[in-house]
Design a protein around this ligand. Structure first.
Ligand SMILES: [Fe+2]
Ligand SMILES: [Fe+2]
Length: 272
């Protein structure tokens, strides 16, 4: 029987996207079944790779070299779905990585329930995006993709609170801001499969941001830290981009992200 950490490393070291997500689903199902049976799988400990395995395609480029897309054209819509597929594949690895990388920090089992569920959902999201691409005559790997996607994970490989602040509470929260506009774009183009897939993604991503906020606050409580101040200093330390409005304040609130967490950071980056 594999430990949960070994399952995580198994996913991280699998390169092919469909194969990676099949393992992710299978391990998540095993974790859930064991929890429901009252015989939970051990967390164990393992050495996750600094970077997860990736397929030969897509070619990974510096974001400045990724060709700009015209969102109104069929090719632009394919490029957009391809970019989301790439984000989802990275998200699968990010959630398994947080499970395997910080096993020395004690947590109640709910911490692992949440990240296993998030990883399972990201695996579904990746496959939904691949299915949409294939329906439009393309596939994941057909276009170049963003090379910088794993940077936040490397920067926070030794800092769990930094990881929670930057990955779910900044990067995944950004997804809540931009997804409604993407859904509109595909609705106007009459691509129903992409509308349905993006609506699923949008609904489930609220949960991932909420898990981030929940466990960030949990750790702040354990160490008697002020959550807002610590969030600001960790984002300044580890996040290299700007927090850009417009923000989806309503969905962010639903996910446990108060206004005073992100607005001050947007204002100091001069974009507000
Ligand atoms: Fe996702
Ligand atoms: Fe997510």
């Amino acid at each position: 029987m594999m430990t949960l950490s070994e399952m995580a490393v198994d996913v991280l070291t699998t390169a092919d996207g469909r194969e990676k997500t099949a393992k992710s689903h299978a391990h998540a199902a095993a974790w859930r079944a064991a929890r429901e049976a009252g015989t939970p799988i051990e967390i164990g400990s393992a050495s996750p790779p600094l970077r997860p395995s990736r397929p030969d395609r897509p070619e990974l480029l510096d974001p400045r070299e990724v060709p700009k897309r015209k969102p109104g054209s069929p090719q632009g819509r394919i490029a957009l779905l391809h970019a989301v597929a790439h984000i989802e594949l990275n998200a699968v690895d990010l959630h398994w990585d947080i499970i395997a990388r910080f096993t020395e920090v004690p947590f109640p089992p709910g911490f692992y329930d949440d990240w296993v569920r998030a990883a399972d959902e990201e695996s579904k999201h990746f496959n939904l995006m691949c299915d949409c691409l294939e329906e439009l005559g393309s596939h994941y790997g057909a276009l170049p993709a963003h090379a910088g996607m794993w940077r936040a994970a490397e920067d926070t490989a030794d800092d769990l609170m930094g990881r929670l602040a930057v990955v779910p509470m900044v990067l995944e929260a950004r997804g809540l801001d931009v997804t409604p506009g993407m859904i509109d774009l595909f609705r106007k183009a009459g691509v129903d499969s992409a509308v349905a897939a993006l609506e699923t993604i949008y609904a489930e991503e609220v949960g991932h941001v909420a898990y981030g906020s929940k466990w960030f606050h949990f750790l702040c409580g354990r160490h008697e830290l002020d959550p807002r101040d610590v969030f600001h200093s960790l984002v300044r330390k580890y996040f290299h981009g700007a927090l850009k409005p417009p923000f989806n304040d309503e969905k962010r609130a639903e996910a446990g992200l108060p206004l005073d967490f992100y607005w001050p950071l947007a204002e100091e980056s001069g974009k507000a």
